[in-house]
Design a protein around this ligand. Structure first.
Ligand code: DLL
Length: 434
């Protein structure tokens, strides 16, 4: 049990006073220790004593992934290397990765955050937890690993990859909790079914999923396949890794570790602050980090905040499940489309499996979207009328939700790619993104 009651149920006024004190500390610390921030804060005319309230944060210029890349690898570190005890890096697909450094103190607080959220999700010292994130530069595996050890759970660091072996450990160890991306949890369930051991040989009761989005529809599929209770946790390497926010057993939003991270929601185009309940880009300022402090980091993730206390008793702000990334949002013929909207239409449709791919093309001057969906039973492909009916149903439902027409292709079972880490279901063939 890792419940930091004093902090997790603190009243807002006290919490905000703590945040203000830590924000001032962070601004001053960045100014004195990171030349990039000295320059930036001088240009903006901001010093720690000019910050009188939390809303004064708007005078601080945001930090971007490009700033981290421009200062690759260690340029934004605020401590000399002899005090940095761990390095991670983001899995950036283009350009240089972003590199993160942690002091001993940062690692302690990181495992506290994860322990707190894992406890809120229902993990205990009695759990045997299999970590099926890839160990390595990715923050997911080691982040969960130390947080779960802190609560006394038995950690099985089997990493991602050899799925059959992972399933063997799961059966033999009577693993009770699984840490994975939702897409890998789904793939593992599919493989388990193929191996034909009775599902009663598996003892999973809890899924600590995260690192990518998952619609409620997809979550239900995973829960049904495994017979477990799935929770979502959010984070990013630049900020720390997993442990920034996570669901409790109420699953009514992700509790933010607000004493360590200060969230804001802004309009992604104008950076104007948005009010409670409005969807926008999440900016996060670290409040205690020593190795790589960040001021108003642009996460590019679209979500909203809810300041009402949760039924579980925790008072910290909750963020909605991430709706999508502003840079993953597809613009099709002028209409904004989030892959999660498509997923919620597809997953759960009868005769359709939870695997899909989105192909975007430019034909002439118009963008087109093809949605490829796997059938559960391939023999349906021989039944023209049935296929036609299913095809029209999906096309109609997609049009209702997205407001645009798209091409729907029903494909053979198991013909689309499976993922052991984060899923990459978008194939954008337009050359350059609009
Ligand atoms: O994915 C950290 C993490 C590991 C979080 C394990 C949770 C569990 P990055 O690889 O830097 O770090 O990717 C960060 O992944 O900006 C989001 O776009 C996305 N993301 C992370 N968690 C969620 C989630 C880790 N629960 C990027 N739901 C973030 C939706 C998520 N998207």
């Amino acid at each position: 049990m890792f419940f930091q009651k004093e902090i997790e149920t603190m009243n807002r006024k006290e919490l905000e006073a703590l945040q203000l004190e830590r924000l001032k500390w962070t601004v001053d610390y960045c100014y004195k220790n990171v030349p990039f921030y000295t320059k930036k804060l001088d240009e903006a005319g901001v010093t720690a004593d000019k910050i009188k309230s939390l809303s004064d944060i708007k005078y601080i210029p945001p930090t971007t992934k490009t700033d981290l890349r421009d200062n690759y690898p260690f340029g934004l570190f605020a401590k000399p290397m002899r005090e940095i005890v761990r390095i991670h890096a983001s899995s950036g697909t283009t350009g240089k990765p972003t590199v993160v450094g942690y002091t001993k103190h940062d690692l302690d607080l990181w495992s506290d955050c994860v322990a707190r959220l894992a406890t809120a999700a229902g993990a205990t010292a009695d759990d045997i937890v299999q970590i099926s994130f890839g160990y390595g530069m990715f923050t997911g595996a080691l982040g969960l690993h130390y947080g779960l050890e802190k609560i006394g759970a038995t950690v099985v660091p089997n990493s991602s990859g050899n799925t059959e072996k992972a399933l063997m450990f799961m059966r033999d160890f009577k693993t009770t909790a699984l840490v994975a991306t939702p897409s890998y949890a789904l793939y593992m369930a599919e493989t388990a079914k193929e191996l034909q051991y009775p599902m009663s040989d598996y003892h999973l009761r809890l899924g600590l999923f995260g690192s990518e989005g998952c619609t409620p529809e997809m979550r239900t599929q995973i829960e049904k396949a495994w017979g477990l209770f799935a929770t979502d946790n959010y984070g990013m390497s630049e900020l720390m890794g997993p442990g920034v926010s996570g669901e409790c057993e109420e699953r009514d939003g992700l509790h933010f570790c607000e004493d360590y991270f200060l969230p804001e929601i802004v309009n992604p185009d104008t950076l104007e602050p948005l009010g409670e309940g409005e969807d926008g880009e999440l900016l996060v300022t670290t409040l205690t980090k020593e190795g790589l402090p960040l001021l108003r980091y642009r996460t590019k993730d679209i979500t909203r905040l809810n300041y009402q206390p949760c039924k579980c008793g925790r008072t910290g702000v909750r963020m909605d499940k991430v709706k999508g990334r502003s840079d993953d949002m597809l613009k099709i013929r002028g209409v904004n489309v989030f892959p999660s909207q498509i997923e919620s239409v597809l997953v759960g449709t009868e005769k359709i499996g939870p695997h899909y791919q989105l192909v975007v093309r430019r034909e002439g001057f118009a963008d087109t979207l093809e949605v490829k969906v796997e059938l559960i039973d391939g023999s349906v492909l021989d039944k023209y009328q049935e296929i036609e009916k299913l095809h029209n149903l999906i096309k109609h439902n997609l049009q209702t939700v997205l407001g645009i027409q798209c091409k729907v292709s029903l494909v053979e079972p198991k013909s689309l790619e499976r993922f052991v880490g984060k899923a990459n279901r978008i194939l954008d063939l337009r050359g350059e993104k609009k």
